[in-house]
Design a protein around this ligand. Structure first.
Ligand code: PLP
Length: 411
């Protein structure tokens, strides 16, 4: 979204036009911004064979997934339904990687049937996989990123703390034992890094630790560094310079491949980096009130439609598209859910009145995809702006959608 002559626009369409045509609340995604981020992500890499797999749980709209396919990405999926959507929009099975966490082995069997790349993240499923497929189906193993944290004690946090993910390093001997017991073909190593990595140097140190592990596996075709790359959301916090990261990793990975004796592929699975800043949630201020000394801006949305501020304390830049240059005042922007539902507390915004269009920026990733019908409200419409055209890519829910699976019994 850009501000031109005091008008907020997505490409050539104004926020006002979108709101009038599609109603609010509405999610809008800008294809150009997705493309810019993808180009930037690829920019630093010159020598390595880079494969970008879009982590579609961030934004699972099939038109967006198809757009990214057109831009040459693969797909990172975490459920069978995501795989199905990927296949429906035209991704080749071989370009889809399935990286579920804590799933029944039957899901992995189904994914193998569909022909996608399998990523295994626990010893139990690894053993089942070996028993069932032996070396017939190559697989990737997901390692617990805490291994990397240990080598940087001052930043214990830096790679990921959610230790339920992946196989921990102290189990690597077991992995190797299973590999030889079942004659498995481990062709990839996966580490899903985290948004707390702020500098290319720290990332590179972690990558080197991964290269050391990779040397212990002889049949690798790729190393997958996952996602978790943060995007600048305008809160003043530092984000990693992806172009610089690409440049440094390009050199290090090339050196590693020489040592390994083969040219491996380098995979990344960005989600939010590609789509986060491409999306906005357009809402209408429906209530203005003062309570307990605070000025409230109540909008026609809530945490059922954008949960990140309430769930993670995430920052979203907010603009008043109806009064971009008004005198700034301090507001608490709230939604309509019947419990605490803050989008922003004590935020300086241009003077706001009922009817103004209030836009939450950087809402492309984990916005709609985490939305629910809580409070029995309809999820918003989704609009995708491509080549200057605003397309409706998902209708608003209706009452039938809400009650579709309910069975009203005689009581
Ligand atoms: C969620 C996830 C991603 C994407 O994470 P972002 O923070 O959106 O980049 C990538 N890979 C895996 C395995 C994931 O679970």
């Amino acid at each position: 979204m850009k501000l031109e002559n005091n008008v907020y626009k997505i490409q050539d369409t104004t926020v006002k036009e979108l709101a009038e045509k599609f109603g609010t609340p509405l999610y809008v995604y800008d294809a150009e911004v997705i493309k810019e981020h993808l180009d930037r992500f690829r920019q630093g890499f010159n020598s390595v064979d880079l494969k970008v797999k879009y982590a579609c749980k961030a934004l699972t709209n099939m038109s967006v997934m198809k757009y990214l396919l057109k831009q040459g990405t693969g797909l990172d999926t975490v459920s069978l339904s995501e795989i199905q959507m990927g296949l429906t929009v035209g991704y080749q099975p071989s370009d889809i990687v399935f990286t579920p966490n804590c799933v029944d082995f039957s899901e992995i069997e189904e994914a193998v049937e569909l022909g996608v790349k399998i990523n295994i993240e626990n010893l139990s499923n690894l053993e089942k996989f070996g028993k069932k497929y032996g070396g017939a189906v190559p697989l990737c193993i997901r390692l617990n990123p805490q291994i990397a944290a240990q080598s940087n004690t001052d930043k214990v946090d830096w790679w990921h703390k959610q230790s339920k993910f992946g196989i921990s390093l102290d189990q690597i001997e077991t992995v190797k034992a299973l590999e030889s017991k079942y004659d498995m073909h481990i062709d990839g190593i996966h580490i899903h890094s985290s948004s707390v990595i702020m500098s290319p140097e720290i990332f590179i140190n972690g990558a080197k630790a991964v290269f050391d592990i990779a040397m212990q596996f002889e049949k690798l075709d790729f190393i997958d560094f996952g996602g978790g790359i943060k995007v600048d959301v305008g809160d003043g916090n530092e984000v990693i310079d992806v172009v610089e990261l690409g440049k440094q990793l390009d050199v290090e990975f090339t050196a590693f491949c020489e040592k390994y004796g083969r040219r491996l592929q380098l995979w990344f699975e960005p989600g939010r980096f590609l789509v986060g800043n491409a999306g906005s949630l357009i809402t209408t201020c429906v209530v203005r009130k003062r309570n307990g000394g605070s000025e409230f801006v109540g909008v026609d949305s809530g945490f059922n439609q954008l949960i990140r501020p309430m769930m993670y304390g995430a920052y979203h830049e907010i603009v008043n598209a109806s009064n971009p240059n008004g005198a700034k005042e301090k507001y608490t922007v709230v939604g309509n859910i019947c419990e605490i539902d803050n989008f922003a507390v004590d935020r300086m915004l241009p003077e706001t009145k009922e009817g103004d269009l209030i836009v939450l920026k950087s809402a492309g990733a984990y916005g709609y995809s985490m939305a629910s019908n809580y409070n029995s409200r309809f999820r918003p419409v989704e609009v995708f702006v491509v080549d200057g055209q605003a397309h409706l890519v998902r209708k608003r829910d209706n009452y039938e959608d809400l009650v579709r699976n309910q069975i009203l019994i005689d009581v």
